[in-house]
Design a protein around this ligand. Structure first.
Ligand code: 2HA
Ligand code: ZN
Length: 263
């Protein structure tokens, strides 16, 4: 196996995976992660695998992506054998494996489509994290919790700082086949506005400047969902913090412009 060394990024994978496993959010081989890196000079010529989509914004860039069947609890011990390095061809329609793990996550189409959108809309976000947190998946089974606004308003109004960290709320994608191009394309559309995207009945996708940064947002959202379930278990259907108060808080921190208005 060709060796590669991106110590800083491997450390980000390792630490994040350790915490995903510790929190029970990536059971078995659930979840996957990737980091996009700037183009490197002439890394490889063998970028001939055809992509089901065009990703012109990340043409020539390289992506570190977790391998298929890799477990967070193992990546958290030794990241390198579980992560592959891929290069997007200059035509944005092909890619090739360069080094490391050679069997990419089934969510490769989603990761590539989302990196393409991030490069366009939020280029500072280089990391994508997908995982399966129970409190968030459970929300998808509540009647009416099938859109971005309802879920964001109900869940992020339960704790004073949740909306402050996630002013845009969460994006939402209805159930699609895991690993499908549709899931990737709808997620790519959602990340234009959101750092988080809830995949109905499946899990969460988070973006950040680093995996640790994406994990922060996931952690805040999941905490609020747990508060929600604790209240429901106590027989309370919480109204949440008043919207005026939420807007005051966002105003005080200069983030009101990121709060969506209307539907
Ligand atoms: O099992 O999480 O979405 C890997 C996944 C696919
Ligand atoms: Zn998944």
């Amino acid at each position: 196996m060709t060796k590669f060394s991106y110590a800083e990024h491997l450390a980000d994978f390792k630490t994040t995976a350790r915490w995903l496993a510790r929190r029970g959010w990536s059971e078995a081989a659930g979840g996957n992660m990737s980091i996009r890196l700037e183009a490197l000079a002439k890394l490889h010529e063998d970028d001939h695998i055809e992509l089901p989509i065009e990703v012109p914004y990340i043409a020539g860039q390289v992506i570190l992506l977790t391998g298929s069947g890799t477990r967070a609890r193992e990546i958290g011990v030794d990241a390198e054998p579980h992560i592959g390095l891929y290069k997007i061809a200059d035509d944005g329609r092909h890619y090739g494996w360069i080094a490391g793990n050679q069997n990419p996550s089934m969510e490769l189409p989603a990761h590539f489509a989302i990196h393409n959108a991030l490069e366009q809309y939020r280029p500072e976000d280089k990391a994508i994290l997908h995982t399966h947190p129970a409190s968030l998946i459970a929300l998808c089974h509540i009647p009416g919790f099938d859109n971005s606004k309802t879920i964001s308003d109900k869940i992020l109004s339960l704790q004073s700082e949740a909306r402050l960290i996630l002013p845009e709320g969460t994006g939402f994608v209805e159930h699609e086949l895991p690993g499908s191009l549709e899931l990737g394309l709808k997620s790519a559309e959602a990340v234009a506005k959101h750092h988080l995207v809830l995949w109905q009945y499946h899990g969460l996708l988070a973006t950040g400047e680093t995996l640790a940064g994406a994990f922060d947002k996931l952690e805040v959202f999941e905490k609020s969902a747990r508060v929600y379930w604790q209240l429901r278990a106590a027989g309370i259907d919480p109204a949440g913090i008043d919207e005026g108060e939420i807007k005051n808080t966002l105003t005080a921190f200069g983030r009101l412009a990121r709060y969506p208005t209307g539907i």
